[in-house]
Design a protein around this ligand. Sequence first.
Ligand code: CDP
Ligand code: MG
Length: 717
Amino acid sequence: MPSMAQPRPSSNHTRNSDSIARKDKLKKQRECLPIAPVKQRLIEEVKKHGVLIIVGETGSGKTTQIPQFLFDAGFCLNGQVIGVTQPRRVAAVTVAKRVAEECGVELGQMVGYSIRFDDKTSASTRIKYMTDGLLLREALLDPYLSRYSVIIVDEAHERTVHTDVLLGLLKDVLKARSNSVTDRAHIDNKTQNKSTLMEEENDRHRTAFLKQCQGRKLPPLKLIVMSASLDARGFSEYFGGAKAVHIEGRQHPVDILYTLQPESDYLDATLITIFQIHLQEGPGDILVFLTGQEEIEGVERSVQERLHQLPEGSRKLLTIPIFSSLPSEQQMRVFMPAPAGHRKVILATNIAETSVTIPGIKYVIDPGFVKARSYDPAKGMESLKVIPTSKAQALQRSGRAGREGPGKCFRLYPEREFDRLEDSTEPEIKRCNLSNVILQLKALGVDDIIGFDFMEKPSRAAIIKSLEHLFLLGALTDDCKLSDPVGHQMSRLPLDPVYSKALILASQLSCLEEMLITVAMLSAESIFYNPRDKSDEAKSAQKSFLSPDGDHSTLINVYRAADELLEKRKMEDSEERNEKNIKGKNEKNFRKWCKDNFINGRSLRHARDIHSQIRGHVEQMGLPISSCGDDTLQFRRCLAASFFLNAALKQPEGTYRALASGQVVQIHPTSVLHRSKAECVIFNELVQTNQKYIRSVTRIEYLWLSELAPHYYAMGS
Ligand code: CDP
Ligand code: MG
């Protein structure tokens, strides 16, 4: 693949003139953004109103410019911070990098970002980009968000579950901060009635913080809600008729092309369309919307394998993926211009709909699908489903082709299908398992979940099912308070409650080393890759890792093999003492090993990052970490004790029945246990395509369930 690296400057002189030219270019770009002419007006509006809704088309400059405007207007005097939340990690990281560059500062100094498992901020950070989930966590320690003068909730139209909860919480904080010190009781009351040791310990941070605030009047908090959808009404009404400002965008016409017939295989159709555009259309980059990392990497490989079929002398094609768990050093590649003689094909998830604006796009390919969470409260099961996009999403996607000039959008479905799409996507809070949210709200002192002022209330059934779920995991007491110590410990871990519980149990059952690896590997997407046309080769390469116990132990084997490789190299290399060489050699070795074993290096690196972060958390919490060594029985028992809500039993005809929900499921073909004789299994993921598949599966003994989770399995007996 051609390298996109810029040539290194050969002397200081060229470096200086390069950076001056770059600075000039950035300055000009900023001045041309649709938001530039309304800078003063926006600042005035923010000064005038406690809550402001800002609506503007993608690419108008909202995310990158508004925080800088407010910084210039003095909103960070007294060391206060402007916080900008994003639903997606990639957006927080790439935007922070861009803004740091625009401000001419080093990332992590005045401008920084903070996302789960990765923090690039310091005491001097004044503009801080972060995920909405992270700000929720900060509220646990600092209920008034006292270090912030302004909070910008960006991409609010996405209506992620974190955005919705955050908006509800911010409503309270706004009220408390608008009323000076005496009214703090408003929030303090919620945190009273603490009795247990653990709760007291948890509250020590808060008490310290409150002391700090004594006698110091916090300035009122400003809230800005930003959205790319034109309808600001919902947000405005929610905040008592808050003022909304619209920023004029600059959109060029986009030709929309549909297929005549529905496509039976949209990935195939995507591939054909990429090459068709490349060979038949004029210059301009292509943006393709896919549903996830696995699909993106599949299409990436297919494109690369067909590159040699391009006619001699034609322009080259360069694929660039972008999705949430992409390592941060690779994320910025989408923003670099294609080298001369190349056309970029950006393979993105719906992250490129509105969260990140990529320059140079003239063609958009939209197969019309998105991966979405879906929750069935009756069955208590959350699953990931690939579903058709909404009309609003389809319009956002096609809009990406007309940012810099007229463009074309290829919708890979017939025009009549478009008319059948839903107008907009249902807020995530109405279609997800709420355990995580409830755990966090409880930790924040919000006890009455059903009475919480959500912008859109989740169903009562979903709230009750999730409360029950937390109760079964031991996080809540009989009267629905956070339990001590388990509930409090769980709320401190930035993980799905069921994973947090697994870590706590594993610590007691002396297999926390194994569970840490398991949770990290499960948190990263698709560790193995199995190309359709090389599936036999892949299977035999991966054989050495397979464990007859199931996918969890198999993942541990992969992790440990990689660890051994990387650690061994480190030791050998430390004798060479040549830093640069070490890094290069290590990297090359690791990549070769991944390629030979059909392992996704990107995902594995991500898993290693996550591992070190969660390990840090459990160490801080004082959980004893030990390994069960070769005693896999112990580990499987721990999996059964942790994931008992996801157990399934083999049926006579060969399918499985999920015990909690009664659903008929099958073991996914990529699982080690596919076609095995396992009688009873636990699993971590339910995927729905035309069938219901369970993934990440380990065999257990049926009898363990009533022994290890008697409160659930022995209930009826
Ligand atoms: O938030 P909004 O969609 O209104 O726009 P933005 O993210 O602030 O982007 C403004 C401009 O900055 C766009 O033209 C982007 O192409 C550019 N940008 C960039 O080149 N590199 C980034 N990492 C982020 C933004
Ligand atoms: Mg934006």
